[in-house]
Design a protein around this ligand. Structure first.
Ligand code: DQA
Length: 147
């Protein structure tokens, strides 16, 4: 299986950015750990972090018929981007929405997501571990889908 991990704006600042909310691990640490987990399951892992909406959208388009599953932390685009939602719907690739923080325990504007109702599932509030849970969930989803 091929799984694409997408991280949205400001997530390149993980480790430095509001560590009490987002944790001390950098994004490259998180992706290194995730790649090891993927290797053990013989999953091909691709990763892109971008601060630009169009780059995330282009990566989703390029994933069409190439990628089996998407794990996406859309960051602030979660709460703003109809375009990301439409991109994910246009390629028809199942995806999990991940947030490091529990978005429901924070400001009201973080409670609404343009993606949640079309996601396979949502993981929010478990820090960097959320990506690992998402990869496990993607793996069991893809194995079930094969039967
Ligand atoms: C976030 C939550 C978003 O509300 C915020 O804009 C982020 C990160 C998270 O991982 O907790 O940038 O997606």
């Amino acid at each position: 299986f091929t799984v694409l991990v997408l991280n949205g704006p400001n997530l390149n600042m993980l480790g430095m950015r509001e560590p009490t909310i987002y944790g001390k691990q950098s994004l490259s640490d998180i992706i290194t750990d995730l790649s090891q987990q993927a290797d053990k399951k013989h999953i091909k892992l691709q990763h892109l972090q971008s601060n630009a909406e169009h780059e995330l959208i282009n990566a989703i388009h390029n994933a069409y018929q190439e990628v089996d599953f998407i794990i996406i932390n859309p960051a602030a685009f979660t709460h703003t981007s109809i375009a990301l939602r439409d991109a994910l719907l246009s390629v028809g690739i199942p995806f999990i929405e991940v947030h490091l923080s529990n978005v429901h325990a924070r400001e009201t504007f973080r409670k609404h997501s343009y993606l949640s109702d079309v996601a396979t599932g949502i993981i929010s509030g478990f820090g960097a571990q959320g990506y690992s849970f998402a990869l496990d969930a993607a793996y069991s989803y893809l194995n079930k889908a094969q039967i």
